[in-house]
Ligand binder design. Structure first.
Ligand code: GDP
Length: 197
């Protein structure tokens, strides 16, 4: 897919206020600092479409971007901030559950995972929630340029093994490096293929 046009449409704290549309949408989420903003900017070929590294305490927003006038890319607030209050965590949970449960045009959630780390509970718990809510998702292993390809293979395998404890089937897995623009075509092809169905 060639990205001809990518523009910011709206930021919301409430799912009911998100753009009314029948266009398909794809959401991106992950632990703080996983490289989500960098990935969104890499995919859309824009330097500053998604703002990098928002900090805890800042309002958590659902950001809608319209791509090629034909689908929405949604930047969801991340999880796993070490210092976030219980109150913010609860707010985040409510917002995300409402979004995942009510957004009818949501095709797939991209769950970003830092390829350098061992399986993290925050990621596994979020994935369990997606499973319970029956929301389709794929995994994206980020920052692969920071280590050897073998190490990334090992992280992905370890994550798969951990998931196998509760899942019968493993989701699709992508590997990306925003620094090297790797994995871009694979993700955009996936979006193109699933959004015409
Ligand atoms: P976010 O908090 O998930 O939106 O993460 P950011 O996109 O702001 O990235 C967090 C940090 O990781 C920043 O310092 C980025 O420059 C860095 N980063 C993100 N993606 C990559 C990548 O693919 N390779 C490398 N080497 N660094 C990355």
């Amino acid at each position: 897919m060639i990205i001809k046009d990518a523009r910011f449409i709206a930021s919301n704290t409430q799912v009911d206020k998100c753009p009314e549309t029948e266009l398909p949408e794809y959401a991106f989420i992950g632990r703080s600092n996983v490289g989500k903003s960098s990935l969104i900017n890499m995919l859309t070929n824009r330097n500053k479409l998604a703002k990098t590294s928002s900090f805890p305490g800042k309002t958590q927003l659902i950001n809608h971007f319209l791509i090629n006038e034909s689908w929405y890319l949604v930047d969801l607030p991340g999880y796993g901030w070490a210092k976030v209050s219980k109150d913010s965590r609860e707010k985040w949970g409510k917002m995300i559950k409402a979004y995942l449960g009510r957004r009818k045009n949501l095709v797939c959630v991209f769950v970003l995972i830092d390829s350098r780390h061992e399986p993290q509970n925050a990621d596994l718990e979020f994935i369990e929630m997606l499973g319970t809510m029956e929301v389709p998702f794929v995994l994206v292993f980020t920052k692969t340029d920071k280590q050897s390809s073998v190490k990334t293979d090992q992280s992905m395998a370890a994550f798969g093994r951990k998931m196998r404890e509760t899942w019968d089937e493993l989701p699709m897995m992508f590997r990306t490096s925003s620094a090297e623009k790797a994995g871009r075509d694979e993700i955009l092809d996936f979006i193109e293929q699933t959004n015409n169905q």
